[in-house]
Design a protein around this ligand. Structure first.
Ligand SMILES: Nc1ncnc2c1ncn2[C@@H]1O[C@H](COP(=O)(O)OP(=O)(O)OP(=O)(O)O)[C@@H](O)[C@H]1O
Length: 634
């Protein structure tokens, strides 16, 4: 992690590096916008000096007539008119250029950040809280930091040019008064430097609080949380917590503002006193004929202009510093490199011919954490159906993650027809697999897209989508929806009405079990894959739907390689092999009949489940073995 990632910019080199990075991003977003914005900054920076100089010349002409130096009065009036018009118009033009630049930068930065995240082939980073935190900060940075750094830099250049220009004009009038102008600006400058450092420190110290405040805000608006928040009456609690955080942030900011005020006021007064003293002295000297009225006007313009420009410059520096801190998170994420090593010349991923094999696989999520898989050795022969059972937390879903190469084992190997998964391109491997996960996704798309996303290449093939829905037992429910496969499933987006006249109707949503059938249909879309993974594919289905779904799945899996995870043991009993995972170890394996004969963990679980389905009266008069065999089919 870089220093910036830890919340501070390292040395000048790191600071310059980040600045260069922001400028490069800006340049990539549109060289023309970048150049026009820079040009506008330069012109605006020089304008105050130009106006001050022309005003001085004009006043001198009025006072001394042709004896005074400088162009003709009419040319001066025209020039002054042109410069003041530019002075009035350029900020609007500049704002237009800035917005254009901002839009361009957003596109570049968004593509860079999300492209990088999409390039993480594994899951570990998404399940690591510290990385997720960094990702959130990087997201925040992506949308503001590069643009702010660039605009701050251009504004700094503009203010520097203003200061230099005004001082140069004043120097031609009086080097002594130039010194007075700088002296008048110095106290404010010094206090602003100290304050800007303090501001950055306070803002950083508040960042954790800001994130907590954001968390409470999100919870209070989160659709998924509404039910539980209402039922448990958590709204007031979350609201209080949010307000507490806001009050503490407000208090810290108030304290900072008070300190700023206390320090700024006397020093600003001191600066004003120096300027006023200088002005009084100059006016007396002008009365004695040592200065012209134009000189006095140049002095007044310079004092006000230099002070204003220096304060603006410091504010821009503070803003740029804060944005550079944020950009560190963006850089950390976008330069994090691959999470899983992918060989430069991956082994070809051929259709599965022989078997998938776990060879003494050990895995844990964190170094130093508990082992989740402990020496798993398991073979899934091509064309066979294997069921994985075990208690909660036994490691079943973890094993699936390794099989899809979302993680690599810490020890041991997973092989696809003898080839180590680490030697394969993960994208090619996953292209050979279809899956329904326990935590399947509900996409805010149409029904057709929710199914079609299973195979992007055939996303528009309605016949294939319908066939997949039929296999998953979802066709009937989809047909009953108001717009069938075209129905938008969303609570976030609105749908266009059927007349296509642009009117919007609210999207609709499904029940948990109905969503699960769509997830199953999505997996069925992936025809011609070598391995089907079903991780609790029927957990949300009603009893009748579950029975029918498993029948269909059995037919679909016939002769194909599949791995089924289910706590409903009636659904796994017909698998070619049932494997029991206990505490990350395989403790039993065999067919249903073999495991029942063994009378081990599986037999115990199966009997317990079956007993739950038995009618108490009849159960008392029925022999256990026979009854469990029947009940297990539920
Ligand atoms: N991302 C993670 N980081 C750390 N530990 C994890 C992570 N995911 C799972 N675990 C831990 O790994 C163990 C196995 O989890 P896993 O999800 O594989 O179990 P499972 O057998 O699928 O359980 P269930 O039947 O409840 O779905 C659990 O103790 C869990 O706490």
């Amino acid at each position: 992690m870089s220093a910036a990632g830890r919340g501070r910019v390292g040395g000048a080199r790191e600071l310059l590096g980040r600045t260069a990075e922001a400028l490069a991003l800006t340049w990539r977003s549109g060289p023309l916008s970048c150049l026009s914005y820079a040009l506008l900054a330069v012109v605006q920076g020089l304008l105050p000096a130009g106006i001050a100089l022309l005003t001085k010349w004009l006043l001198d002409r009025i006072q001394h007539g042709s004896a005074a130096a400088g162009p003709e009065p009419m040319s001066l009036v025209a020039g002054l008119g042109a410069l003041t018009t530019l002075y009035a118009l350029l900020p609007a033009l500049s704002e237009y250029a800035r917005s254009r630049l901002q839009r361009g930068i957003l596109l570049v930065v968004q593509d860079r950040l999300y492209g990088t995240v999409n390039g993480f082939t594994g899951m570990a980073r998404f399940e690591t809280p510290s990385f997720l935190d960094r990702l959130r900060l990087a997201q925040e940075a992506a949308f503001s930091a590069p643009e702010r750094i660039t605009t701050s830099l251009f504004a700094i250049v503009q203010q520097l040019l203003t200061v230099a220009g005004l001082i140069a004009v004043l120097f031609t009038v009086s080097p002594l008064m130039t010194l007075v102008t700088v002296a008048a600006a110095l106290p404010v400058l010094l206090v602003e430097v100290a304050l800007s450092r303090e501001r950055a420190r306070v803002m950083f110290s508040l960042s954790a609080r800001n994130r907590r405040q954001l968390f409470y805000q999100r919870m209070l608006l989160d659709l998924a949380a509404v039910k539980e928040i209402r039922l448990f009456g958590l709204g007031g609690f979350l609201l209080r917590r949010m307000n507490e955080e806001t009050s503490l942030i407000n208090a810290a900011e108030e304290q900072l503002d008070r300190r700023s005020l206390l320090r700024q006021t006397p020093l600003t007064a001191l600066g004003t006193l120096i300027a006023a003293g200088g002005l009084a002295w100059m006016i007396m000297a002008a009365v004695r004929g040592e200065f012209t009225v134009g000189d006095v006007s140049a002095f007044i313009a310079s004092v006000a202009g230099v002070q204003g420009a220096l304060v603006a410059l410091l504010l821009q520096c503070t803003g740029a510093y804060h944005s550079l801190l944020l950009l560190g998170h963006f850089t950390d994420v976008t330069t994090a490199g691959p999470d899983l090593p992918v060989p430069a010349a991956p082994a070809p991923t051929a259709p599965l011919r022989s078997a998938i094999a776990f060879e003494d696989v050990w895995f844990r999520y964190d170094e130093g954490g508990p082992w989740v898989l402990r020496g798993v050795t398991l073979t899934i022969p091509a064309g066979s159906s294997v069921a994985l059972v075990g208690l909660n937390g036994a490691g079943k879903s973890t094993l699936v993650k390794l099989l899809c190469r979302l993680y690599d084992p810490d020890r041991g190997t997973v092989r696809w027809d003898g080839v180590d998964l680490r030697d394969m391109d993960p994208a090619r491997l996953r292209d050979r697999i279809s899956a329904v996960f326990q935590d399947y996704v509900e996409y805010d798309f149409s029904v057709a897209d929710n199914i079609g996303l299973g195979d992007l290449e055939h996303r528009e093939d309605l016949a294939r989508i319908v066939a997949a829905a039929e296999r998953a037992g979802a066709h009937e429910l989809v047909s009953a929806l108001p717009r069938g496969y075209g129905t938008l499933l969303s609570r976030i987006f609105a749908d266009e009405d059927e007349g296509g006249n642009g009117a919007e109707t609210t999207g609709m949503t499904l029940s948990g079990g109905q969503w699960q059938r769509l997830a199953l249909a999505r997996a069925m879309m992936r025809e011609g894959r070598d391995l089907l993974i079903l991780d609790e594919p029927s957990a949300g289905l009603d009893a009748a739907a579950e029975e029918r779904t498993h029948e269909r799945l059995r037919a679909y899996r016939e002769g194909a390689t599949s791995l089924l995870i289910s706590h409903r043991l009636g659904a796994v009993r017909r698998a070619d092999a049932i494997v029991v995972l206990d505490g990350g170890r395989i403790t039993e394996s065999g067919t249903h009949a073999e495991l029942m004969r063994e009378g081990g963990v599986y037999a115990g679980l199966f009997t317990t489940q079956a007993a739950g389905y038995r009618d108490t009266g009849s159960a008392q008069s029925t022999k256990t073995t026979r009854t469990t065999e029947d009940a297990g089919q539920c």
